[in-house]
Design a protein around this ligand. Sequence first.
Ligand SMILES: *Cc1c(COP(=O)(O)O)cnc(C)c1O
Length: 235
Amino acid sequence: MSAGRDVKEAYLSVRQDMAAAALAAGRGPDAVSLVAVSKTHDAPHIRPVLAAGHRVFGENRVQEAKQKWPALRADFPGLSLHLIGPLQSNKAAEAVALFDVIETVDRDKIAAALAVEMRRQNRWPRLLVQVNTGREPQKAGVDPADVPAFLQRMRDVHGLQPAGLMCIPPVEENPVPHFQLLRQLAGAAGLAELSMGMSSDYAAAIAEGATLVRVGSAIFGSRPAARPGPATLPA
Ligand SMILES: *Cc1c(COP(=O)(O)O)cnc(C)c1O
């Protein structure tokens, strides 16, 4: 069996599981979007998923996305590219030019840099705020207690409209309480988008109200272990 067919079948199986999880939670089949996380995988691995009609992808590094996606975008109109990794303010211009959704806004410096670039480029990616639900010192994200104030500063100081929240629960913990906390915070703030759930727990996240799940290895297979994980802060 070719790698391409493996990836396509894995993709279709994730879609099926997602639909079943949505149904079980009494949610419509379109209530949850799949962000196919293609980081570290090259275009030949991504194309089968594009060919199957999928158009929403996640990358965690601006440089890597910039190398891979412009050519694919030319071949597959209607793409939506999500930045799911930490953003440095000196990459804000490239991020605004490249991404349709930036899921990892977590401090004023980034919000300010994005605001400047969005106006300058007249491009308006949707913005999610990353929340460090586990309060892990090494992990990016706003402290849960600071979420309301940060959202307010995004609006009032930076003139940005956050669309929702995103979290990466601690690896060793049951993710469900983290999903519930994220939903609670978004509900209190009147935000619609909830990006939570990865390969190992997207069904649980859908049960807790995820509107976006970010699934990588369950579709594309395992990644080389050498790269720093998603939790690391920008240097
Ligand atoms: C890599 C990554 C994912 C996907 O992880 P899998 O376990 O491979 O599904 C999801 N979210 C973020 C932020 C990531 O960096």
